[in-house]
Design a protein around this ligand. Structure first.
Ligand SMILES: CC(=O)SCCNC(=O)CCNC(=O)[C@H](O)C(C)(C)COP(=O)(O)OP(=O)(O)OC[C@H]1O[C@@H](n2cnc3c(N)ncnc32)[C@H](O)[C@@H]1OP(=O)(O)O
Ligand SMILES: O=C(O)CCC(=O)C(=O)O
Ligand SMILES: [Mg+2]
Length: 460
């Protein structure tokens, strides 16, 4: 099966209310997407604003230097000046869109069907004459008269477009209809390849993307975390996992998805809900006793693919939904041996605290001590984790400090932040003596003025 991802986080994603990427962030996201392995990056619509123009310019420089490998696209209206701006940037491809449904023709461009065909032919030819590869997007394709859609696609193809994007702009498709539409277009208008641009207004964008591929589409438009106008488009992480599971096609590095999702969450300011597919905090956290008993025997009972595939790990929470298998396992992990009767008593206590959202390990040990009347000695944790906030002196170049911190043994992650502190460092150590050494090393880095250490007590 031939299919690749066009990531549009930098174009469609930036159309999410409240989202703006700085030029630096735009470049960093493009690099992360390239490392992830997407086939194409829609880097923005350069005629929109000077910073988007600048960002695409920087991305194209990295492309020429071989640091970014995917095909880079610029979005453009069917307006010659927009196309020329994309041409100045020497992008690999210009993506020219035009709303072709009667609703769009009437309410937006105020053109007849015939006039629209002339504009499409003229602007696509104009882009070709500037040496660019062209994708033509039939915006609102899914509410367009089918015969007219065929004529539109033929017009774009005959003017030089080698790709056509069929956009479900208002997100009304469902999978059967999507498959039919793509099969039909592939048959009626050969000689071009098809993209699916699916909005998620009815929550079916991923399913529609898969159906489009079954119908013959070879590129799926996606955004990291599903960003985009209104409720967004196909989330990259979900569609990549679905393609792997159903078709055994690997479109990106799956183990890097969680990192890129975090980066885009940070820069977009749009928080990923915990129940978000694949990269949400709860994607691999189980709860019901029956489920946990199942996964302890064989994780496939409640996981469609192992968490390690996506660079994640498995966990479960304890509350009134817990059963004896989960509880026994949790105490074993804590290094505490309870007999069946004691476990039952602890479980009864848990069940009678109906409104407790989570029982932490310390809570469980407290209950177990109450039940057994013994002072229990849990196994010490295998590692200590800490978050160290670092303040740099004034006139210190923060990034130079960041680079020095990143190479200290025990330092797992370094982030430059805004606020009272300049840098946050995540640290792992075997014991408190080792942690102390790491802290001392951090404090001795030139430019570090002060530190504040917080121990990690619990992760969910
Ligand atoms: C479904 C999608 O997401 S498609 C992508 C949409 N992308 C964007 O809108 C990018 C952000 N947009 C912008 O920054 C601005 O709208 C600009 C720079 C593109 C245009 O700004 P303005 O010239 O001030 O026009 P404005 O946005 O108010 O209206 C849109 C104009 O573009 C025209 N237009 C809309 N779509 C197209 C198109 N695909 N091709 C040609 N013209 C178009 C409209 O008819 C209208 O023209 P008019 O000025 O003659 O009435
Ligand atoms: O250019 C495209 O493929 C899609 C344009 C768009 O964002 C849409 O129609 O929703
Ligand atoms: Mg869109």
């Amino acid at each position: 099966m031939k299919v690749g991802i066009l990531d549009s986080t930098l174009r469609e994603g930036e159309q999410t209310p409240g989202v703006v990427f700085t030029t630096e962030q735009r470049v960093e996201i493009a690099k992360a997407l390239s490392d992830l392995g997407v086939a194409m990056i829609e880097a923005g619509h350069p005629a929109v604003s000077p910073d988007i123009y600048e960002g695409i310019k920087r991305i194209m420089k990295l492309k020429r230097e071989g640091e970014i490998t995917p095909e880079i696209l610029a979005h453009s209206r069917a307006v010659k000046r927009d196309v020329e701006v994309a041409g100045e940037l020497e992008v690999d491809r210009v993506a020219i869109f035009y709303g072709v449904s009667d609703i769009h023709l009437k309410a937006k461009t105020k053109t007849t069907r015939e006039q629209a065909l002339n504009i499409i032919a003229e602007v696509v030819s104009h882009a070709k004459s500037h040496g660019m590869k062209v994708r033509f997007t039939a915006e609102d394709a899914t509410r367009t008269d089918l015969d007219y859609l065929v004529t539109v696609a033929k017009t774009a193809r005959d003017a030089g477009a080698d790709r056509v994007s069929l956009a479900d702009t208002v997100g009304i498709l469902y999978p059967t209809k999507t498959r039919e539409l793509f099969s039909f277009m592939v048959k009626e208008v050969p000689g071009v390849e098809y993209d699916i641009h699916a909005h998620n207004d009815l929550g079916m964008a991923v399913a529609n993307a898969l159906a489009a591929v079954e119908g013959g589409a070879t590129i799926i438009h996606a955004t990291v975390n599903g960003l985009g106008e209104r409720v967004g488009i196909v989330p990259l992480q979900a569609v990549a996992a679905a393609l792997k599971y159903h078709f055994n096609v690997q479109v990106v590095r799956l183990d890097k998805l969680v990192e890129v999702a975090g980066l885009v969450e940070k820069y977009s300011g749009i928080t990923m809900p915990p129940n978000f597919p694949i990269t949400g905090d709860y994607a691999y956290v189980h709860k019901a006793g029956v489920h946990v008993a199942g996964i302890l025997n064989d994780p496939r009972t409640y996981e469609f693919m192992p968490p390690e595939t996506f660079g994640r790990s498995r966990d479960y929470v304890i509350d009134k939904y817990t059963g004896k298998h989960a509880l026994k396992d949790r105490f074993e992990r804590l290094g505490v041996k309870l007999d069946d009767r004691e476990l039952e008593q602890v479980l009864a206590k848990i069940k009678s605290s109906q409104n407790t959202r989570y029982f932490r390990d310390v809570d469980l040990l407290e209950i177990a001590e109450e039940v057994t009347g013994k002072v229990l000695k849990p196994r010490p944790p295998e590692k200590i984790e800490a978050v160290i906030s670092v303040k740099c002196g004034s006139n210190v170049y923060t990034t130079s400090v960041t680079r020095r911190l990143a190479v200290i043994p025990g330092v797992k992650e370094v982030m430059e932040i805004s606020g009272d502190y300049d840098i946050v460092v995540k640290v792992e150590a075997r014991d408190s003596a080792e942690l102390n050494n790491v802290i001392e090393s951090i404090r001795s880095v030139k430019g570090v003025e002060s530190t504040l250490t917080s121990l990690v007590l619990k992760k969910i």
